[in-house]
Design a protein around this ligand. Sequence first.
Ligand code: SF4
Length: 459
Amino acid sequence: MKSEYVHQDDIFLVGKRILLTTSLQENHLLIKNFWKQFNAKLKSVHMPLTQPWIKYGIMLREDTKLYYFCGVPSLNCYPLDFELFHIPRGAFLHFTHHGGMDQLPETITTIWKQELPASPYQALSSTICYYEVYEEGFMFQSSTSTIQLYIPIQEEVTPFAYLPAKTLLASQPRNSNANTWFGMDFNMNLYKGCCHGCVYCDSRSKCYQVADFDIVKGKQNALAILEMELRKKRKKGTIGIGAMSDTYNPFEKTQCLTKGALALIERYGYGVGIDTKSTLILRDIDILKRIAKQYPSIFKITITCAQDSLSKQIEPFAPVSSKRFETVKALREAGLFTGILLMPILPFINDTEENILTIVQKSHEAHANFIFVYGGFGLSLRDNQRDYYYHWLDQHYPGLRFTYEEHYHKCYSCNSPHSRHLYKLFVKECRKYGILYRMSDIIRAYKSAIPNEQLQLTL
Ligand code: SF4
């Protein structure tokens, strides 16, 4: 039987499940009848289906029980007795069953007993045993009917890819520090793409031309190029890392481009400014301390929501917010000038007083030097990045895209309707705790700190 390794995106479904038994024959009958009931239910509630139509059957194991779930792609409204079901993105082994539905159990047995053991892949230990896709080629008991089958498997380990690079360091305008992003003198990205999966990520926009943005690639010969550039520069400065890609992505653990770059930055007497959502920065805390002693340096941890459950939803592959607050605290305890990037704020989702007040409170508890909000509380949306975000809204907040369309049309800046009020509140709270929030004050504070003083923390 022919099989194919595929990588599938997240799939969101609505539908119903049935408890199965331990008998294959009995289950086949149960499933057939359940499909009849499910289809009748879809008809009775006039459930609109996607065009062309597509239906999913999922074999699930939860604790020791076996279930079968019948579902259709998630729609904005569905009956109250339906449940939402998520097939997480990942690797699958794909087979096509040819023939009627009654022959399906035989195909499934062959796959599990012969095909999968003979393949180079291993089934993933997950709730989903496999799922079936019924679409236009399905004709119930006809011998020409087809059903697609997908078995979750462990990811194929593909070698980490590198892209050719000619230069790394880009100089920043030197006219006025207040007008530059945290007073960086240079910027660089050691990686291209980012796998943290933030639903709002602006770097996905077409204008940046990053193909397959969610797949991280390294810059070839990055360290050799960097060393050559650092040696040639006449003036020292602070080097920003991580504007278009989180430099502490999971591949950094093994590729160590950031670690290598920090060693060069230390050797040539520069400072560093790092933006990240990752706890991996703590691995390099010793070298960061040495760099901060020799030249002004600043560390920014992005935190957009106080609740871990929400951060998991909107920044699915980055460490949750509580871990990021712990990271801020650890960096501060090491004497490093560290604060929070409170951006973006998603209108109608995390633009609440409670969210802002809790973030300021937790930042205070973590001894953050600053919290920075760019251009009011909101987010930016453009072209394909807007489509990506709206698609996510459809899955998680059905109907909310219409509110966005009504409020923002095709605008780039989408500020919360409560932006002004929230900003006032934010400023009041920052002042109460003595946390810096203005760009010019933040730059002045970290640039004017005598390096050794950055290490003296009064908690
Ligand atoms: S961490 Fe930054 S670069 Fe990475 S996906 Fe999130 S917003 Fe984009």
